[in-house]
Design a protein around this ligand. Structure first.
Ligand code: ZN
Length: 167
């Protein structure tokens, strides 16, 4: 089982490549990412976070008491952003740390599902936030890069004390 890379791992700073072949091996990667995400109780996971520089994200923002509803997005691209909202975010690559981040409230997205079928999605609120967070990862950006300047300073002080030790 692949491990989740911890900030500031250099692969988290790199851009993911677009996917042009969805074969059995890639399906296996999707399943593995979903498994890792659910096990870690995360709302989303980008392929970069397990060391795969591929434009692939998995998400599930369904409340935990409801039936899981996984979303798989390949080569996702935001086509429209609207509004603004500040909300708390966390990240599986930055465990035990949460902070407010300003994001667009609504978005339109174009991408492909796990079978290569085109997906057009309109999202708002938590799902829109989650999508923006995960797509940032594909561009080598982590949510802590988006903190306001004061929080950024606080984070840089705090993180070395709370970050998990690499095995
Ligand atoms: Zn994250």
């Amino acid at each position: 089982m692949k491990k989740i890379l911890i900030y500031p791992h250099e692969i988290l700073r790199q851009e993911a490549q677009s996917v042009n072949r969805i074969d059995g091996e890639f399906q296996g990667l999707i399943d593995q990412m979903l498994e890792i995400m659910y096990k870690a109780k995360g709302l989303g996971l980008a392929a970069n976070q397990i060391g795969e520089l591929k434009q692939l994200v998995v998400m599930d923002v369904t409340p935990s008491e409801e039936k899981p509803n996984p979303i798989v997005l390949i080569n996702p691209r935001i086509t429209e952003l609207e509004g603004e909202e500040v909300g708390e975010e966390g990240c599986l690559s930055v465990p035990d740390y949460m902070a407010p981040v300003k994001r667009a409230l609504r978005l339109h997205l174009l991408g492909y599902d796990r079978n290569g079928k085109e997906v057009r999605l309109e999202a708002e609120g938590l799902l829109a936030r989650c999508i923006q967070h995960e797509l940032d990862h594909l561009n080598g950006v982590c949510f802590v890069d988006r903190l306001n300047p004061v929080r950024k300073v606080l984070f840089r002080k705090k993180w070395p004390k709370i970050r998990p030790k690499e095995e």
